[in-house]
Design a protein around this ligand. Structure first.
Ligand SMILES: [Zn+2]
Ligand SMILES: [Zn+2]
Length: 379
């Protein structure tokens, strides 16, 4: 199948400058990113193509070669299908992404997926931990103990992978550089050393505990401080608590994704809480009092005056949720819902009918004459 034109893929003209390329790539990459298109093979393919196109065009040398020879510039040499430049767009999930990719998705993907530095050091993966708490817990805040399965640096070899008392030796292929250079067609290219996979050293005597990996699997216990007032969807980042890096690379981060369970009685809107309270028709008409238990465990008295209508709100100041990292709190709104009596007895029905007969327009100013007013409006 013929490969799509790199300029067309990015939707730019052949004369597009660096800035235009970057912004076009950003837009396209956002659109086709696998995280946004789960299980969509087409999108994934497109995403790789876009990445490859950008990898090529952002480099003036590669762009010039592409402009002159088209895709053929990268296909000769037959290096395992990767072309002489390797990587470009081929290594999804294993590095090889452009810097801009890191810019855009660095945060989202936890940054540094496959980011390598010299000596084969590699940043550890970020971990995600989903935690669900109740609204009461979100109100009060808490310290939660969690157990996180992760990999940590091997304590026996201090992460080097070499048996204690021995040392990794300098890789004979790359002399420790981790990269090798080779001439390929009219380009001189550099790639990761095949002997040491870029680490620059080889281990002749591997550590028996970690078998030369330098990392071991472990379950760690962490305490996480959840601030009072935390909102649903908040992400808490614990820097350096992710997986250990490879060969002395930095650890990844641990992200705690917080979700707050819906509450039976309170609905939250920002820092304010809403509570629907059903009130009998007679209480609403005659007036009355009731107590609501608030999230701090205390009771608050609500007095409703006679003639209270459904939907009426009463504000309990400062009885809402705490606002994170402040001394303020939201309010609690009590919303009155008037309950119409059901399953009337004969006697109740008689009383209500009698009540209705002696009711006046002043008793029901909204409903009296409503349909007459409506008719008038439309005629
Ligand atoms: Zn070890
Ligand atoms: Zn090497």
């Amino acid at each position: 199948m013929a490969k799509a034109d790199f300029y067309e893929l990015l939707g730019v003209s052949k004369t597009a400058d660096e800035k235009e390329l970057k912004s076009a790539f950003r837009k396209m990459a956002m659109k086709y990113h696998p995280d946004k298109n789960p299980d969509d093979k087409e999108a994934e393919k497109k995403f790789k193509e876009i990445n490859e196109a950008y990898e090529t065009l952002k480099d003036p040398q590669k762009r010039a070669a592409y402009d002159r020879f088209g895709h053929a510039a990268f296909e000769q040499g037959g290096m395992g299908g990767g072309g002489p430049f390797g990587g470009g767009g081929q290594g999804f999930g294993q590095g090889g992404f452009s810097d801009i990719f890191e810019d855009i998705f660095g945060e989202m993907m936890g940054g540094g997926r496959g980011r390598r530095s010299s000596g084969g050091r590699e940043r550890g993966a970020d971990l995600r931990y989903n935690m669900e708490i109740s609204l009461e817990e979100a109100y009060a805040g808490k310290t939660a103990q969690i157990r996180v399965p992760t990999t940590i640096s091997c304590d026996v070899c201090s992460g080097s992978g070499a048996k204690p008392g021995t040392k990794p030796t300098t890789c004979p292929t790359c002399q420790g550089a981790g990269r090798v250079r080779a001439a390929q067609g009219f380009f001189s290219i550099e790639r990761t050393c095949p002997t040491c996979q870029g680490r620059g050293q080889t281990i002749t005597d591997p550590c028996t505990k970690c078998h030369g990996h330098g990392r071991i699997q472990e379950e760690r216990s962490l305490s996480v401080n959840i601030p009072a007032g935390i909102e649903d969807g908040t992400r808490i980042r614990l820097t350096g608590e992710g997986e250990a890096g490879l060969r002395g690379g930095p650890s990844g981060d641990l992200y705690i994704f917080m979700s707050v369970k819906p509450h039976q009685f309170f609905q939250r809107e920002g820092a304010d809480l809403y509570c629907s309270v059903p009130v009998s028709m007679t209480t609403a008409a005659l007036g009355g009092k009731f107590d609501v238990t608030t999230l701090d465990g205390t009771k608050s008295r609500v007095t409703i005056p006679e003639g209270t209508q459904t939907g009426k709100q009463f504000r309990l100041k400062g009885k809402g949720m705490p606002i994170m990292r402040s001394n303020q709190t939201g309010d609690l709104y009590i919303q009155i819902m008037i309950e119409t009596p059901q399953k009337l007895t004969k006697r109740q029905r008689e009383l209500l009918q009698e009540f209705d007969q002696i009711s006046s327009k002043e008793n029901n100013p909204e409903s009296s004459g409503f349909f007459a007013k409506m008719k008038e409006f439309f005629e």
